[in-house]
Design a protein around this ligand. Structure first.
Ligand SMILES: NC(=O)c1ccc[n+]([C@@H]2O[C@H](COP(=O)([O-])OP(=O)(O)OC[C@H]3O[C@@H](n4cnc5c(N)ncnc54)[C@H](O)[C@@H]3O)[C@@H](O)[C@H]2O)c1
Length: 568
């Protein structure tokens, strides 16, 4: 395994020589297919504006957003086998999302120059007509001062690079870009095996009013990326919340690997939950909060990690959001439902007063790490149940995902294979569309569409005391009820309903739950998603197009439940 084929990101101060070294390095690596790209130049090309104009007219925050989008676009070329040497902007590594994108798709090299050298290079570039919005200075002394300040602010982020490349020679001689590129190439060849073997991953961006956060997906990334991210976040202690099953399977090995990657002393405490939905209750929530209090957690140096399925991320996320008004939080989901759905989007909850997800918050994590390797130990029934949430994304908004999943559902039901990673990636992108457009579910018919099938599902779960059907199984039945209802109301073509019924009918329901339409209706009427006076439901107009309907006739709802009862 080699580093070749991965992007090479050059990071460092303005004036470090990233572009001149990068061009030379790409030329040396031409035979391996490398090309050179300058991130700032790409931004100028695609926006038609200079960096200085963007800073002046739209502000730094907007520039950083544009920069992240461009970085993401360039990084994805990696997956199309076009490796790049990318000279980044001096401030690119400031955003966690950018650091994650770079770590996942390439080798990050900190091109480290002296402040004096950086100032000299910046001065030459300013004289050549370049504009550098953060380095507008009256004289050389002021310029050096500004560069010093930048270095102080950014050093911690530069230090997270895979490789620290010091450009000055031990004797202080200046070296030319071709010489430096040659040396960098040698250093890359000598990089240790453990660095070269680092798993690759893709990063997506979840937008949040509380701060955008990366959602990283890749096989084998969980421990290494978690260790690196904790170091990156300056976290010294973590509390890992996991249920007993997950803890038994993974805790020890996982903790050893995080610590190894963290490269320092990381304190790890663990809170174990009893597996299953009943743990999403107020007693468990307060037990967790008591443990936080006994540990004396601080928002500055401690972080909460949820390692597990949707139950763990829901209650762990809620506890993290409540304690001291919000602790740093990272989700490492280990079930298909967790990876494709629950860990993304910031909803946290416990069940209360007989009602599902009745108490909760919106609370954005700092990071979500999706590692499909965990799914290998997931019981088949859990895996099958998880497919329903993925099918849901296809039905409500993506005919492409629907086609993909419906074609592969039989194969997916046979067990985990490499194809699952691609399906999870598609599902995550779908979920992010809704979450990014309507984080707090305030816009009618945007994030709300994700509730397709769920009002029925919550009714099925409540009527069976949350102990017969898995959540995903209830969702599959709920979607069958909602699809039937859509067809019955003349909204959905009968032929499409049949196609849906065939696919959803393949998801096994290994129990025969006992319930009546009355029980389901009364449980639905209690459900907060249902708004009981109104009978507001998410229904389908076609495969890939969901809509919200109000005042759905209760008699037809009852008939839809009868239909489900007749097919299980
Ligand atoms: N917040 C959200 O946006 C959101 C979205 C969807 C679902 N949810 C919630 O998620 C919950 C359902 O999630 P779930 O299905 O992941 O349930 P879960 O967390 O109970 O996990 C299911 C079972 O799998 C076991 N398990 C987990 N990972 C494993 C692994 N890698 N190997 C072996 N066993 C493993 C667990 O111990 C548990 O017994 C529900 O409470 C639902 O309301 C929340």
């Amino acid at each position: 395994m080699t580093w070749r084929g991965r992007h090479i990101y050059l990071i460092g101060l303005p004036g470090a020589g990233k572009s001149s070294i990068g061009k030379e390095l790409a030329a040396l690596l031409q035979k391996s297919g490398y090309e050179f790209t300058d991130l700032d130049e790409e931004i100028v090309k695609s926006t038609g504006k200079t960096i200085a104009d963007i800073f002046a007219n739209e502000g730094e925050e907007k520039f950083r957003e544009i920069e992240t989008n461009k970085l993401l676009e360039l990084s994805q070329k990696h997956f199309a086998q076009h490796p790049l040497v990318i000279a980044t902007g001096g401030g690119t590594p400031l955003r966690a999302v950018n650091r994650s994108i770079m770590r996942g798709t390439g080798v990050v090299v900190w091109v480290d120059v002296t402040v004096r050298q950086a100032a000299k290079n910046v001065t030459s570039s300013l004289l050549a007509g370049e504009t550098r919005p953060l380095l507008k200075s009256a004289n050389a002394e002021e310029l050096s001062e500004k560069i010093h300040k930048l270095l102080d602010e950014r050093r911690h982020f530069y230090e997270q690079a895979t490789m620290h490349f010091i450009t000055r020679s031990p004797r202080g001689d200046e070296r030319t870009p071709p010489e430096l590129a040659q040396q960098l190439l040698q250093a890359l060849e000598q990089m240790s095996r453990s660095i070269r073997l680092r798993p690759r991953f893709e990063t997506f961006i979840a937008h949040s009013g509380m701060g955008d956060y990366p959602v990283a997906i890749g096989s084998g990334i969980a421990a290494s990326e978690l260790g690196a991210s904790l170091r990156d976040m300056n976290i010294g202690r973590i509390v890992v919340i996991a249920d007993e099953n997950v803890s038994k399977l993974y805790a020890q090995k996982f903790f050893q690997r995080i610590s190894a990657e963290y490269k320092g002393t990381l304190q790890i405490s663990q809170i174990q939950l009893v597996p299953g939905e009943p743990s999403k209750d107020k007693d468990t929530l307060f037990d967790i909060l008591d443990s936080f209090t006994q540990l004396g957690l601080s928002r500055k140096i401690d972080a909460i990690i949820t390692l597990g399925g949707g139950v763990t991320s829901d209650i762990g996320g809620l506890a993290a959001s409540l304690y001291k008004r919000g602790m740093p939080l990272i989700h490492v989901p280990t079930t298909l439902i967790g990876q494709a759905d629950a860990a993304i989007g910031g909803k946290t909850a416990i069940d209360y007063s007989g009602q599902k997800n009745y108490l909760g918050t919106f609370y954005a994590p700092h990071l979500v790490l999706i590692d499909p390797i965990f799914l290998k130990s997931l019981p088949k029934r859990e895996l099958n149940a998880g497919l329903s949430e993925i099918i849901k994304y296809g039905l409500i908004g993506s005919p492409e995902l629907w086609t993909k999943v419906s074609k592969s559902v039989r194969r997916l039901l046979r067990g985990v294979d490499t194809g699952i990673e691609i399906i999870i990636r598609d599902a995550v992108q779908e979920k992010l569309k809704y979450v990014n457009a309507d984080e707090f579910e305030k816009k009618n018919g945007v994030r709300e569409l994700l509730n397709f099938g769920h009002t029925f599902a919550h009714g099925f779960e409540a009527a069976t005391n949350y102990n017969q059907l898995l959540h995903g199984e209830a969702v599959a039945l709920g979607m069958r009820a909602a699809s039937w209802l859509s067809m019955e109301l003349g909204m959905l073509d009968e032929d499409e309903w049949r196609q849906i019924e065939v696919v959803l009918g393949r998801l096994p329901i290994p129990v025969t739950p006992e319930f009546t339409a009355d029980e389901i209706i009364s449980a639905m009427n209690r459900d907060k998603k249902h708004q009981h006076d109104n009978h507001r439901l998410v229904l389908l107009e076609s495969i890939g197009k969901a809509v919200v309907r109000e005042k759905v006739d209760e008699k037809v709802i009852r008939k839809a439940i009868d239909f489900v009862v007749s097919v299980i």
